[in-house]
Design a protein around this ligand. Structure first.
Ligand code: AMP
Length: 398
């Protein structure tokens, strides 16, 4: 069975064609700068053949039409006809409280998704536009929505509520939702499979550390708490996002710097995090290089990030009453060897001792703690597209 996985952003479409027999991608690509000057498509087949199209893409429909041409191309494609694609799985950022699992899309569900725009005004509208456009261009294929928030719907009320007047939860749905759910679910499942233990018997902490970072406590297979909140701005300091700060800083800054709500939100989302602290870059490779050259603010940014990851591992171990496995994933989690070692240093109180040879690994599944540790630390590369394709397949095979 072939499943197309689509992730529509406001000016981009990412896609991957998955062969579910092999659980492998046949091709993948990215259309970017949609509706802007300089739009293009980068397309790659798994045999290494690449295509770069500098192409006017006025809207998402034009982009998806061109993507379908690439997928069915004799040289660069993987199918003769688009009808060979059995279903399309869409990443949808916000499912609110309405969706605790993936869903087969129908007209009524589109209305429900549109009712959630307020919760994710930047992400959900392009996600829904992608679903509608794929329905139009591939009417034979069932469309499935897979939500970033769904895995976290098991978080208990005492963990997801904010201590604000309760009416704001009732009126506006202000609560913790959590994000990266597809990744946390995939990675915790893989970790259990690698260890040969049932996920339902384990207390797992997944550290998804990338441009956006979040940590989730997965107890007996269910998310019981996570660091992101009402929006993906909460929790850890990230590439450009502040993560948790004292909320009183927001009105203080607005007054001092004469900022509008949009301006202060822009600062916290785009100009903060390790970029804001270091003044250099949001990319951890740049920060590690700058630190090696003696840059103190790069060092501070890295130390802050490491400290917060460490703190959340402790907090979630307490929340779960123990810890069996801690897993690193995402661009940083999978690749930053030194950072992982520093996060896990002095954790023998949790039964963790890093093996420096085992930890010398990038982008591969590996156990990185010493033999015999009571708590295992691992690296598991995330594969959100495979998870979306699996959830899509489960819904379309009856
Ligand atoms: P992601 O959002 O999961 O794709 O992660 C992207 C981020 O991973 C980049 O911005 C880098 O900060 C980080 N990253 C990628 N490779 C490395 C590496 N070798 N060492 C440290 N950080 C890395």
């Amino acid at each position: 069975m072939l499943i197309l996985v689509v992730n529509c952003g406001s000016s981009s479409v990412k896609y991957k064609l998955m062969d579910m027999k092999e659980e492998k991608a046949l091709l993948s690509g990215l259309a970017e700068r949609i509706g802007l000057p300089g739009s293009r498509i980068k397309h790659k087949k798994n045999d290494g053949k690449e295509l770069q199209l500098e192409q006017d893409l006025p809207d998402h429909k034009a982009a998806l039409e061109k993507i379908i041409e690439c997928i069915t191309d004799k040289e660069y494609g993987a199918v003769n006809d688009i009808s060979e694609i059995a279903a399309v799985g869409h990443r949808v950022v916000h499912g609110g409280e309405k969706f605790n699992k993936a869903v087969l899309i129908n007209e009524e569900l589109i209305d429900t998704l549109e009712s959630l725009y307020e919760l994710a005004p930047l992400h959900n509208p392009p996600n829904v536009l992608g679903i509608k456009t794929c329905q139009e261009l591939m009417p034979h294929a069932p469309q499935v929505g897979v939500f970033d928030t769904a895995f976290h719907q098991t978080i208990p009320d005492y963990a997801f509520n904010y201590a604000l007047p309760y009416e704001y939860y009732e009126k506006y749905g202000i609560r913790k939702y959590g994000f990266h759910g597809t990744s946390h679910k995939y990675v915790s499942g893989r970790a259990a499979a690698i260890l040969g233990k049932p996920l339902t018997d384990l207390k797992v902490i997944v550290c998804h550390l990338g441009n956006g970072s979040s940590i989730t406590a997965v107890k007996n297979g269910q998310s019981v708490d996570t660091t992101m909140g009402f929006t993906p701005l909460a929790g850890l300091p990230m590439g450009t996002r502040s993560g948790d700060i004292d909320p009183a800083i927001v009105p203080f800054l607005m007054e001092k710097e004469n900022l509008s709500p949009e301006e202060v939100s822009n600062i916290m989302n785009k100009k903060s995090g390790v970029l804001g602290v270091s003044g250099i870059s949001s990319d951890f490779r740049d920060l590690e290089n700058a630190q090696a050259e003696g840059n103190k603010r790069a060092e501070l940014a890295l130390n802050m990030f490491i400290y917060h990851v460490k703190k959340w591992i402790g907090a979630f171990s307490a929340a779960m009453g123990g810890l069996d496995v801690v897993v690193f994933t995402g661009g940083i989690g999978e690749n930053a060897i030194d950072l992982r070692a520093k996060v896990l240093a002095d954790m023998s109180y949790l039964g963790i001792e890093v093996d420096s040879d085992r930890n010398n690994v990038r982008g591969k599944e590996a156990i990185i703690t010493k033999e015999g540790c009571s708590t295992v630390a691992m690296v598991v590369p995330t594969n959100e597209e495979l998870m979306i394709a699996k959830e899509t397949q489960a819904l379309v095979i009856k």
